[in-house]
Design a protein around this ligand. Structure first.
Ligand SMILES: NC(=O)c1ccc[n+]([C@@H]2O[C@H](COP(=O)([O-])OP(=O)(O)OC[C@H]3O[C@@H](n4cnc5c(N)ncnc54)[C@H](OP(=O)(O)O)[C@@H]3O)[C@@H](O)[C@H]2O)c1
Length: 242
């Protein structure tokens, strides 16, 4: 059992026995995880066609690139690589600093050979499940998880590589997985002043969702601010009861 898994197990025991109430044990060892995304005023993070929508304004791009420069690793899912083909580097026009490690959660090895994340411009890790045998140019491969990527184990691997600050940039399935498993510490949402519409279009958290309000994942609003013509919402996650 890895250190993150052990502490997560202790946190479960703690909930069951109600013996420690205010310390998130898992958070003591795992890297600090910040989720960041940009959504439209109607709560969409992309077009209904699941292609990339430019929701951020210049001020937000500057903020995001500064956030990247201050992070040790950026995580996205393969859905985002297939939809947006992001570079996930720090653009010099927006921020100074080194490129963080790019990490793609890609259980079945679907990252295209010509994807920007494989261009060798920044250190890159493709994370597959243990059955996948594919190798990728310009990237290290980490195999972890039987079906999808085991996020706790991945955080251990990244922690062993010295990562202390991790930025999760989407998409909706990966954001849900981090929040649902209680592995996110902060969530930052830029709200662009536009409506994208589209029934079933991607939102800041996909996955299965919850069906009872008692199961909703609580957040604590830390800051609200105007950013150019949009709004930045900053939340910390709250320790869940029970
Ligand atoms: N506006 C923004 O800030 C922003 C940012 C990023 C993306 N987006 C949008 O988000 C949409 C893509 O979202 P998406 O949900 O389709 O893709 P995603 O979250 O980027 O990737 C999901 C895929 O990651 C893989 N995966 C591996 N381990 C996982 C785990 N533990 N939990 C969850 N997923 C795991 C799964 O594919 P396998 O089973 O094949 O591994 C899964 O289908 C696009 O429309 C994109 O434009 C918007």
């Amino acid at each position: 059992m890895t250190p993150c898994q052990l502490l997560q197990r202790c946190a479960g025991l703690e909930r069951a026995t109600n013996c420690i109430s205010s310390v998130d044990l898992g958070a003591l060892v795992r890297p600090h995880v910040t989720i960041n995304c940009a959504m439209s005023a109607d709560g969409k993070i992309g077009f209904v066609t699941r292609t990339q929508a430019k929701i951020s304004n210049e001020e937000d791009f500057r903020r995001v690139h500064r956030l990247r420069a201050s992070s040790d690793a950026i995580i996205v899912g393969v859905g985002t690589v297939l939809a947006d083909d992001p570079k996930l580097t720090v653009k010099k026009e927006y921020a100074k600093g080194r490129n963080p490690i790019r990490v793609v959660l890609d259980s079945r090895g679907r990252t295209p050979n010509d994807a920007f994340v494989l261009d060798g411009m920044a250190p890159t890790i493709i994370v597959t499940n243990s059955k996948c045998t594919r190798a990728f140019r310009n990237a290290e491969v980490v195999r972890c998880g039987r079906r999808q990527v085991d996020l706790l184990r991945l955080l251990d691997v990244l922690s062993e590589k010295g990562a202390k600050k991790i930025l999760v940039e989407g998409g909706e399935s990966v954001i849900w997985s981090f929040i649902h498993k209680g592995l996110a510490d902060e969530m930052k949402i830029f709200v662009g002043s536009m409506v994208l519409g589209g029934k079933g279009g991607p939102t800041p958290a996909g996955g299965l969702g919850v069906t009872k309000i008692e199961h909703a994942i609580p957040l604590k609003l830390q800051k609200v601010g105007r950013l150019g013509g949009g709004i930045l919402l900053e939340y910390s996650t709250k320790k869940r009861k029970g």
